[in-house]
Design a protein around this ligand. Structure first.
Ligand SMILES: [Zn+2]
Length: 309
């Protein structure tokens, strides 16, 4: 496949605001301009197969100068710390936590039960400590394993753990209502109602892309809502090509842009992306479209800073 350069990508874009050095998240035409929607590429990095995939993913991001957030499990980082440091130390990338060993911090109707209080503590604290010691910079975000349809609302034990560990945001709202797919384009909120007003929820959106490809071998399942709030994002079969996947992605990007949401971020897994599309053609299609429609490439930490003021 032909490799797209950043210049070609930007030529298709109105991302000129970014090139011109305008403040991130704001269009370039003055203080009254509306806040632009951020596009956040994010990767749940959680298995040995993710390392090879991240080599390719990082190459695409650097070539296109597109930031990203890598939520990584402590065990995945521990197994290849030097290699991940070499890949992800670039300031283009945020490295955040995906827990220590991918154990559940609260019940998920499709994925299982929460672990014990002691295990939750280890999942929340230990990966953050390792990430900060490897990368020598703060780790401000936590994406709990599998995510939930009610975020961490009411899970005051987990919220207190996250806050006391020093996290500034969690990204746990990763399912639609009633544990359905896709996750709707929900906006950030803080956990003030649970006594943690300084802890933000920054949701993920769309499909867990591994489910779109049957990479979990779940087969046909009760996953979608009826009637669907977003039927155009529900394909009639598992996706077969990078172009199929991009056609789903663009629904979320365009809807977030049209409705003026603060951000849109799809739920991606390096191991699954690489086994489906080793050239990462879908990434290039998606990043080019994001810039074409005026989304601002960002990391989750940029969104947190914006929301926290
Ligand atoms: Zn995960």
């Amino acid at each position: 496949m032909s490799r797209v350069s950043r210049r070609e990508l930007m030529g298709a874009a109105f991302g000129a605001a970014v090139l011109a050095g305008a403040p991130r998240g704001r269009a370039a035409d003055g203080p009254s301009a509306k806040i632009s929607t951020r596009y956040i590429a994010a990767y749940d990095t959680e298995s040995p197969a993710c390392l090879q995939a991240c080599h390719k993913i990082v190459e695409v991001h650097k070539r296109l100068e597109t930031p990203a957030t890598f939520f990584i499990t402590g065990r995945t980082l521990e197994a290849n710390a030097a290699a991940y440091k070499a890949l992800l130390a670039d300031p283009l990338f945020e490295v955040a936590s995906h827990t220590w060993s991918h154990k559940l911090l609260r019940d998920n109707a499709l994925c299982g039960r929460a672990v014990s209080a002691q295990e939750k503590r280890e999942e929340v604290f230990k990966a953050k400590e390792l990430i900060e010691s490897v990368f020598e910079r703060p780790c401000v975000g936590l994406r709990p394993a599998v995510g939930f349809d009610n975020a961490l609302k009411g899970a005051t034990d987990v919220l207190e753990l996250a806050r006391s560990a020093g996290f500034r945001y969690v990204s746990s709202l990763l399912w639609g209502p009633d544990c359905s797919m896709p996750a709707l384009i929900r906006e950030p909120f803080h956990y003030g109602e649970d006594g943690c007003a300084d802890l933000w929820e920054l949701p993920g959106h769309g499909w867990h892309e591994n489910l779109l490809k049957d990479h979990n071998r779940w087969g046909a399942r009760r996953l979608t809502l009826w009637p669907s709030p977003i039927p155009e994002a529900i394909p009639t079969q598992f996706v077969k090509t990078p172009e199929d996947e991009f056609r789903i992605n663009r629904v979320f990007l365009e809807k977030a842009c049209e409705t003026g949401k603060p951000h849109v971020s799809l739920i991606w897994h390096p191991w699954s992306l690489y086994s489906f599309d080793p050239d990462m053609k879908m990434l290039e299609l998606t990043f080019a479209h994001a810039r074409r429609i005026g989304l601002v490439p960002s990391a989750y930490a940029d969104l947190w800073k914006q929301m926290a003021g």
